[in-house]
Design a protein around this ligand. Structure first.
Ligand code: WTA
Length: 630
């Protein structure tokens, strides 16, 4: 599936344009199927209906594991690096991973879990998380990984939304010099999750915990009872593989659903091509498996390609800000994929942390999750890549399942701050307010995709109408990403950021509505509105405008109380950076908060507020500005 040079790249684009279905069918042929598909593609974007390779039968884990055993069983599949540099790292070969996944599949079976059941995973970055993900896929259970930084309330909501039957967690998780008491948080969540029948607990931190009789079971004890063989469940191409929650601009988080065959094909295709993976390369993606990047580019993509994937338990700044580079040197990492927020924060620590290490092994660098600014791009290119490594700036989303817009490392041109071009197989376009496509270069508008791709989300769990409304209604006939995009004179795409009420903070998607409802829990808060403002490390900081019932006596204390509430309801990643206590909020006559104005004020751009005449009470703006200048 590898495109090896610019000629092949162009040819692949032509092949796709000539016959998209044949293009994807050719890719699909290289996988292990129990039965080939009957129809390559069936779609209707107006109904958000998409099916790829319908009628096909397969199991994704046979493609990740079994098919590699004969040729590469002894090769390392997962190279795990512990949070604490003094702790021994663990190498797991394809043979060993296969056995562990089979064993844990049997554990799940023994607990009465069947095809189609939903299983929630709330775990630290340990090999057992990858094993649990794959075991779910092997028995046909649908995994829902919840990032281990989320609060009990967020975990509880996600478990209930998907009606999960089991929860897999650990006693605790190491992150830098902290321990997150995961089982304790899970216990709090499980007070209100009637669907949970069993909880399997991995021992990791030896944190004292309470095990509830007949509900909680130790991972190691259950594993001892099971065999290392398991026949994978045979799944349909369109059977659900996983649910992953992402924040929306309104209401509850959305359970994005991915299905089996299309996701699998696109994960391997995009992994091999974007990173130009060669057999034997050591590949490291620093994301957390709690996010889509970890699903597709720590677990599925690399394992499908038979690669060695590095999995790191810790944080970039522990024991110091040289940790990433120490790991690169020690392990001779070849391909390194991280987020702009990590790059900016490590740049801020200074070059002495980089200079200590030999980064010669690096061949390809990648970024994902938010726009990368030119300064950070240049630092990454020069100080980390030694001006010899191509950088792939990869634009994609939880909903797209895999990388959509990116240069292919070393094949087509990179340009700082540009994701550059859609991959062969992807028809991205830019539209104006009316949904008309802007086909010329040097234009700016909203980023859409006008033809299905195999790894696209199929629905929002339990709410297909919301799926249609969110992604397929703004511009009928097209998938709308929610991002703004500029196309330069050469036709290269630059993502300019969200155009809806989703905030990207340190690369994490946060919904304004979720955070505001946590803030509104405070007894003195009457109403709130949050917006992003430019932040040198996080990309966006969170700025909260707050209306109180009575003027807070101690603003600092109120701010701390509000952030505690956010930590409790959403998680510490959503904490507010700046508070402004105001008398009113700028609203339209229909009662909608004009965030555009609040964003400008938060960024100090008081003279660029635009038209305020449609506001219910334009005077509100003047008083907010006055307050912000105090
Ligand atoms: C943003 C992460 C600019 C974008 C894979 C998108 C980016 C959202 C880039 C999805 C990039 C992701 N350049 N912005 N290279 N990559 N984004 O669902 O706003 O966590 O809509 O998926 O991140 O975030 P998500």
């Amino acid at each position: 599936m590898r495109i090896n040079n610019l000629e092949e790249y162009k040819l692949e684009k032509e092949n796709f344009d000539k016959n998209p279905e044949e293009f994807w069918a050719k890719k699909a042929n290289s996988f292990t199927w129990h039965k080939k598909w009957e129809e390559v593609l069936d779609w209707d974007f107006h109904k958000a209906h998409v099916k790829w390779f319908d009628g096909g039968k397969l199991n994704i884990t046979e493609n990740c594991l079994d098919r590699h055993l004969a040729s590469s069983g002894d090769q390392i599949a997962i190279k795990w690096i512990a949070n604490n540099p003094k702790e021994k790292n663990i190498d797991i070969s394809y043979n060993e991973l296969y056995e562990k996944v089979c064993q844990f599949s049997n554990v799940l079976k023994n607990k009465g879990i069947k095809k189609g059941d939903r299983i929630c995973l709330y775990m630290p970055m340990v090999p057992e998380l990858a094993i649990a993900v794959l075991a779910c896929a092997r028995i046909g259970a649908i995994h829902s990984v919840v990032f281990a930084g989320f609060s009990a309330k967020s975990l509880c909501d996600r478990i209930n939304d998907a009606q999960c039957k089991a929860l897999i967690t650990s006693d605790g998780g190491f992150r830098g010099n902290k321990i997150t008491p995961l089982k304790k948080i899970a216990d709090e969540a499980m007070k209100n999750t009637p669907s949970i029948q069993c909880c399997i607990v991995l021992e990791r931190t030896n944190t004292p915990i309470i095990m509830k009789n007949n509900r909680d079971f130790w991972w190691h004890e259950e594993m001892k009872k099971t065999s290392i063989h398991h026949h994978a469940e045979i799944m349909d191409s369109e059977d659900q593989l996983f649910i992953l929650y992402t924040s929306g601009s309104t209401g509850r988080p959305k359970g994005i659903v991915h299905t089996t065959a299309g996701y699998m094909i696109y994960a391997q295709y995009s992994f091999e091509n974007v990173f130009q993976y060669n057999h034997g390369d050591l590949y490291w993606c620093t994301a957390d498996i709690g996010w889509i990047t970890g699903h597709t580019y720590i677990i599925y993509g690399p394992l499908l390609a038979g690669a060695t994937t590095v999995m790191f338990e810790g944080v970039p700044t522990y024991p110091d800000a040289g940790r990433f580079w120490e790991i690169v040197e020690k392990n001779k990492i070849n391909i390194f994929y991280t987020a702009p927020t990590a790059i900016r924060s490590l740049e801020a620590y200074g070059n002495e942390y980089v200079k200590k290490y030999d980064l010669e092994s690096l061949k390809v660098l990648g970024t994902v999750g938010e726009p990368i600014n030119e300064d950070a791009w240049n630092w990454y290119f020069k100080e980390i890549g030694g001006e010899k490594c191509p950088i792939v700036d990869t634009w994609w989303q939880t909903e797209t399942g895999g990388i959509m817009i990116s240069n292919l490392a070393g094949i087509n041109k990179a340009k700082p701050t540009f994701a550059t071009l859609p991959l062969p197989g992807i028809k991205a376009c830019i539209v104006d307010e009316n949904g008309d496509e802007l086909e010329t270069n040097n234009t700016e508008g909203k980023l859409c995709v006008k033809y299905p791709w195999p790894s696209m989300a199929r629905t929002i769990y339990g709410d297909h109408q919301r799926f249609i409304d969110t992604y397929f209604s703004s511009f009928p006939g097209k998938y709308f990403s929610g991002d703004g995009c500029y196309k330069n004179e050469e036709g290269l795409f630059r993502i300019t950021g969200r155009v809806d009420d989703v905030l990207i903070v340190s690369g994490h998607n946060l919904g304004t509505a979720e955070i505001e409802s946590a803030i509104d829990e405070h007894k003195n808060v009457c109403e709130s509105a949050i917006v992003g403002y430019p932040h040198s490390i996080k990309g966006n900081g969170i700025f909260a405008y707050i209306i109180c019932h009575s003027s807070p006596k101690d603003k600092k204390a109120t701010g701390i109380e509000i952030n505690d509430l956010i930590t409790k309801h959403v998680g510490p990643i959503a904490k507010v950076d700046k508070f402004l206590y105001v008398e009113g909020l700028p609203k339209t006559r229909s009662g909608k908060i004009m965030r555009r104005i609040l964003r400008k004020i938060a960024s100090g751009e008081f003279n660029e507020l635009g038209d305020t005449s449609t506001l219910l009470d334009p005077n509100v703006v003047t008083s907010i500005i006055k307050e912000s200048q105090k």
